[in-house]
Design a protein around this ligand. Structure first.
Ligand SMILES: Cc1cc2nc3c(=O)[nH]c(=O)nc-3n(C[C@H](O)[C@H](O)[C@H](O)COP(=O)(O)O)c2cc1C
Length: 434
């Protein structure tokens, strides 16, 4: 048994932290350069991470104040996002083991083109591709893709279910042995091993087969992060890795049990899904040094930047509400699970909208743990022992060096304790996740 580790990235100015691009230790504008991603990926591979993963969204923030002006002016979480797949193609060339995950939307993609993208990445990376399936929640995305408004919550997931059915059919449309490459006889592939899928459905009509032979993993590892009931059912049916953001152990345990409890309904086992919970570590040689690092990061937080990102996530214009307003009465169409958490935290701690903005800009409600390597490892070990998670999504405070302390100090500590692999075992990302 090993703790599983993923790294959270955005191919842009932020991660969960929206201070990231301004942090004195971040390379100014580095996120637009290949060297930056190479540096990050090689560090994570040295730390034997299962995978690195790029979140994505398909629009700058336009919700807060009804325009792009605020988010772009101040660098919120959606101010810049390059397309993750070309970035992963470049990372595949400079790494050999680490899993490579990209977010793609089932609302704004077509199954055929998406199946090709991930099949290509899986071939070129020799079996390391992963797809973070999102259904997309905000109006800015709808506006960029010709929809008058975003699809309703459950309709998004209905489309996503059919999307996954189609892509799986496409990834299976070439039998593993169908590619012959018999140069002597001139037989390229066995047509009996390549199948049209003839899918006729509510959202998609796709004939197939795919125009790419079966890839090493037979399709990417499926990642998901829905937190509503419908989102969790979707994850229980399809996901192999689920990301969660939960601020404390009790909530992590609830989420973990709830999700794993749903797998039976879909003929799957609880162990078929690895639940990874987000963590922003600040590691120091002493606790005081670690706390200084956290304080330095959080001192730069602008609550209005957080509310701009929150507006985008929840598809609500929070500039229309007073900063000291209670948020209990606000209804959202966006990330309902996450917003439920915002409301709970708000009523428990009697937080104002501005407080929520501050938390959100600092790290989207991801727990920030400051301590020595041993203290951070204790915290992680306890979460896994208490069935709060199977592992962690580590999210950085600055880049490209933001994973260095974790990899150089916490990973060896976990390894010494027998909690984490000493080296990669198996050939593919899916094999690390067993
Ligand atoms: C850890 C985490 C990462 C996520 N990453 C993305 C992302 O990159 N892009 C995106 O559009 N949505 C992302 N989401 C949103 C989810 O895909 C989902 O839409 C959201 O949690 C709402 O789910 P629900 O509708 O089931 O409540 C993420 C959510 C979480 C919790």
């Amino acid at each position: 048994m090993t703790i599983h580790l993923a790294a959270f990235l955005i191919a842009g100015n932020a991660a969960h932290s929206q201070v990231l691009w301004r942090h004195p230790r971040s390379a100014p504008g580095g996120f637009l350069t290949l060297d930056y991603y190479k540096r990050i990926a090689q560090t994570l591979e040295r730390g034997k991470f299962d995978l690195l993963f790029f979140a994505d969204r398909l629009a700058v923030s336009t919700r807060f104040g009804g325009s792009h002006r605020y988010g772009v002016a101040h660098g919120d979480q959606d101010a810049t996002r390059m397309d993750p797949l070309p970035v992963l193609g470049a990372i595949a060339a400079v790494t050999t083991h680490i899993g490579l995950g990209a977010t793609r939307s089932t609302t704004y993609s077509q199954p055929y083109s998406l199946a090709r993208e991930f099949s290509t990445l899986d071939h070129l990376s020799a079996g390391r591709a992963a797809w973070n399936v999102v259904t997309s929640v905000n109006q800015g995305e709808a506006d960029n893709f010709g929809l008058r408004e975003t699809l309703g919550h459950d309709e998004r997931y209905d489309r996503a279910d059919e999307f996954l059915e189609v892509t799986h059919k496409l990834w299976n449309s070439w039998d593993a042995q169908a590619l012959l490459l018999e140069s002597g006889s001139g037989r390229y592939a066995d047509p009996d091993g390549v199948h049209a899928i003839d899918h006729r459905g509510t959202h998609f009509n796709v004939r197939g087969p795919l125009n790419i032979p079966a890839s090493p993993q037979g399709g990417p590892v499926i990642i998901q992060a829905g937190s509503s009931h419908r989102g969790q059912d979707f994850a229980a049916r399809w996901a192999e890795v689920v990301f969660g953001i939960q601020p404390d152990l009790a909530r992590m345990q609830r989420f973990y049990q709830d999700l794993k409890g749903r797998t039976g309904k879909f003929g799957r086992q609880p162990a078929d899904i690895k639940v990874l919970t987000a963590l922003m570590p600040f590691v120091g040689k002493s606790k005081a040094e670690a706390e200084d690092k956290r304080a330095q990061h959080n001192a730069m937080v602008d609550p209005i930047v957080g509310l701009s990102t929150l507006s985008s996530h929840m598809n609500v214009d929070f500039s229309a509400h007073a900063p000291d307003a209670p948020i209990d009465d606000i209804q959202v169409a966006g990330m309902q699970g996450l917003f439920g958490l915002v409301k709970e935290l708000s009523s428990e701690g009697r937080l104002t909208l501005a407080d929520i903005g501050r938390l959100y800009a600092g790290g989207v409600l991801v727990p920030q743990v400051a301590g020595t390597a041993a203290e951070v490892a204790d915290w992680m070990e306890n979460i896994v022992a208490q069935q709060g998670a199977d592992g962690f999504v580590i999210t950085p405070a600055h880049l490209p060096e933001g994973f260095d302390d974790f990899v150089d100090l916490v990973v060896p500590e976990l390894q010494r304790r027998g909690q984490f692999r000493l080296d990669y075992e198996g050939d593919t990302l899916r094999s690390y996740l067993r």
